[in-house]
Design a protein around this ligand. Structure first.
Ligand SMILES: N[C@@H](Cc1ccccc1)C(=O)O
Length: 465
């Protein structure tokens, strides 16, 4: 029992006895990936034998290369269009569309044209680029080398790929008569399937690879965190990347132009923002001047920064003076730093806020424990910490197999100096969790930059979680 494609390959091999997978693909018109899987099936049936397997580097046309092989290179087309006479740029642009820029650039660089005001003057009446010839040759099976290859690579018309090559031998001749069929609806309803013999599935054969669209894996992780928080009864809130110092620092009781503000650096943005219109600003000024003993400046509070902590969103929620709330926000924050495998200048935080009449420090710790449990961190430990806006404050550590205790979050009860100017008089718990680090631990990512990778091959290789 042989399938149609198996027969194709066997017929091809009969004439050759021995052949490479690439020759088979070429000779039968089957895609290389199918050839691999059919050879595996034929080998398991004892009809062919794979005598060697190697990987070699091959030059392949990219999608753009294929297109140019059909249409011609933009500079070739431009010269053809000119046909030996000068033409206005606009006419060429109309004729070539978005290829005009590329064609014009290359034609000029190659000295095929000159420009006088808005008129393009041809220097040659005909032109076939060596690149185009090389693409055609490649299509016919002759790989480019040397300088042309380099230019083609640079122009992204070809790419060098690793390709597996099997050398296959026919072990015995078999009668190549198709007898297998796939079962159809009709066979089932009429019962005629009983008269057929069916092909067993080869579950070990490698199927062809079809890339599917999927969400970026880090985005997926962030969605999971959001789902968890919503499941725990929190509402999601969000804020802008560009924030006034007022919400990023002042409302969080971090004094202006003072070392306590420098708990971390921030990026400054030109211009000034608006402050809230309530008496919140006046009360924040009061509390700063009373306890930090300096003259608080409204103008400084209007300065703009890229938010350096999502606690700025917490401050905005507070400014609405909620009586009772369970809210969280997740998003990017920005801090100057030198970039390496564990540091970026933009990363993600998840800040949370609980305001409840009899909310206690113990409630805060158990909420954090719940969140980390939900994220899959079973063992959590708390250490005293310091943040300008919370008292008491804790640092949260989670135990990760193979790594030990890892710092994951900062938290605490918001100080009265933070809540009261906003008109909040109930206890309020708050925290900020570093999301990138968590994601790296869970997704097995060693370099933080990979979380933001746009490399399509890498992203395809990531599992969907
Ligand atoms: N914003 C703090 C974390 C934090 C948030 C809320 C309360 C306490 C601490 C940081 O970025 O380090």
């Amino acid at each position: 029992m042989l399938s149609e494609n198996e027969i194709k390959i066997l017929d091809f091999l009969k004439r050759r006895k021995e052949s490479t997978s690439q020759e088979i693909a070429e000779g039968t018109g089957l895609p290389l990936s199918s050839v691999f899987s059919i050879i595996a099936t034929l080998e398991s049936k004892g009809i062919v034998k794979v005598i060697s397997e190697e990987t070699r580097k091959v030059v392949r046309l990219t999608d753009e290369g294929k297109l140019r092989t059909e249409q011609g290179l933009p500079e070739d087309r431009l010269v053809t269009l000119l046909n030996g006479r000068p033409l206005k740029i606009q006419e060429l642009r109309n004729a070539l569309g978005k290829d005009f820029e590329i064609g014009f650039g290359w034609a000029r660089r190659k000295g095929l044209i000159t420009l006088e005001n808005d008129t393009v003057i041809p220097k040659v009446s005909q032109y076939v680029s060596p690149e185009y010839t090389a693409l055609k040759d490649l299509q016919a099976g002759k790989e480019p080398t040397g300088e042309v290859l380099e230019i083609l690579l640079r122009r992204k018309l070809v790419e060098v790929k690793e390709e597996k090559m099997l050398r296959v031998q026919l072990l015995r001749e078999v009668e190549t008569r198709p007898a297998e069929l796939y079962v159809t609806h009709e066979m089932l309803t009429t019962g005629s399937w009983r008269e057929y013999e069916f092909k067993p599935y080869n579950v070990e054969a490698n199927p062809p690879f079809f890339p599917i669209g999927k969400t970026h894996y880090f985005r997926d992780f962030i969605e999971k965190v959001k789902d968890l928080m919503v499941g725990l009864g929190f509402v999601e809130v969000s804020g802008d990347f560009v924030e006034t110092e007022f919400f990023n620092f002042d409302m969080l009781f971090q004094p202006q132009d003072h070392p306590a503000r420098e708990i971390h650096d921030s990026f400054v943005i030109e211009g000034k923002g608006n402050l809230p219109g309530s008496d919140l600003v006046r009360k924040v000024k009061e509390v700063h001047e009373k306890w930090w003993r300096y003259s608080w400046s409204e103008d400084n509070a209007r300065r703009l920064v890229l938010r350096s902590q999502t606690t700025a969103v917490t401050a905005r929620v507070l400014s609405g003076a909620p009586k009772r709330i369970r809210a969280f926000t997740i998003g990017k924050v920005f801090r100057p730093d030198s970039i390496d495998a564990t540091h970026l200048i933009e990363f993600h935080q998840m800040d949370g806020l609980v305001i409840e009449e009899d909310f206690t420090f113990r409630d805060l710790l158990s909420t954090l424990r719940d969140i980390f449990q939900g994220l899959g961190v079973k063992q959590v430990k708390f250490k005293p910490g310091y943040f300008p806006f919370t008292e008491p404050s804790v640092e949260v550590y989670g135990f990760i197999e193979g790594l030990g205790w890892v710092e994951m979050a900062g938290a605490g009860l918001l100080r009265k100096e933070v809540t009261e100017p906003a008109g909040v008089f109930s206890p309020a718990g708050a925290w900020g969790i570093g999301i990138d680090r968590l994601a790296m631990l869970f997704l097995g990512v060693k370099d933080i930059r990979d979380l933001y990778s746009l490399d399509i091959e890498y992203l395809r290789s990531r599992r969907v979680i």
